[in-house]
Write a protein that binds this ligand. Structure first.
Ligand code: E4P
Length: 212
């Protein structure tokens, strides 16, 4: 499973750039970065070799396509994030036909994911954390999407998004999701275990006792 970083903070991306497989951003994350949009996207795209998802803000297909064409000029690894909906799906069809990769975002149902794949989206992003926040089952949605895609041989990759904790990442991997996009705070926890720290400490202290 590929691991993307879900952030627009260049410091976070720089720290893990050699390990991650891509980056996802959204308007909220870009606002948090507090820097001009195009400047920050250009910098992120230069830091990572993998895909960098950048979201459009227009609500009509024509406006989305126009914005996407401009964003795609920033770097070769830009992927256009398109909000789910009728207009979004129209934009996805057009952009993918032009060779501009898309990521259908704000997906909360298997039917929405079916439309994304039918339109030829490169990626689909079910938001598991926001579903769990409302006492739903985000991972059940991921499982349904993967099943539907397998049934029809769709090549759209599933990005498990709105990840809140390490368990979401592990569950995504167990289900066979293609990608999990994780906030920095979760990404660093993926490396850790208290028993690893304890084990290293004990090995080092025992090593001191080895006659030299
Ligand atoms: C995914 O691409 C989104 O940027 C992100 O995962 C949204 O997560 P949130 O629910 O924590 O805002």
């Amino acid at each position: 499973m590929k691991i993307f970083l879900d952030t627009a903070l260049v410091e976070e991306i720089r720290e893990l750039a050699d390990l991650i497989d891509g980056v996802t951003t959204n308007p909220t994350l870009v606002a948090r970065a507090g820097r001009p949009f195009v400047e920050v996207v250009r910098e992120i795209c230069g830091l990572v070799a993998g895909p960098v998802s950048v979201e459009v803000t227009a609500l009509d297909a024509e406006g989305m396509v126009h914005e996407a064409r401009e964003l795609a000029k920033i770097a070769d690894n830009v992927v256009i994030k398109i909000p789910m909906g009728k207009e979004g799906i129209r934009a996805v069809k057009k952009l993918e036909a032009e060779g501009i990769p898309t990521n259908v975002t704000l997906v909360f149902s298997p039917a929405q994911a079916l439309w994304a794949a039918k339109a030829g989206a490169s990626y689909v992003s079910p938001f598991v954390g926001r579903i769990d926040d409302r006492a739903g089952d985000g991972m059940e949605l991921v499982s349904q999407i993967l099943q539907i895609y397998e049934n029809y041989g769709f090549e759209t990759e599933v990005i498990v998004a709105s990840v809140r904790h390490v368990r979401h990442v592990v569950e995504a991997a167990l289900l066979g999701a293609h990608i999990a996009t994780v906030p920095y705070a979760v990404a660093v926890k993926l490396f850790d275990h208290p028993l690893t720290d304890e084990g290293i400490k004990r090995f080092l202290s025992d090593w001191e006792k080895v006659p030299r």
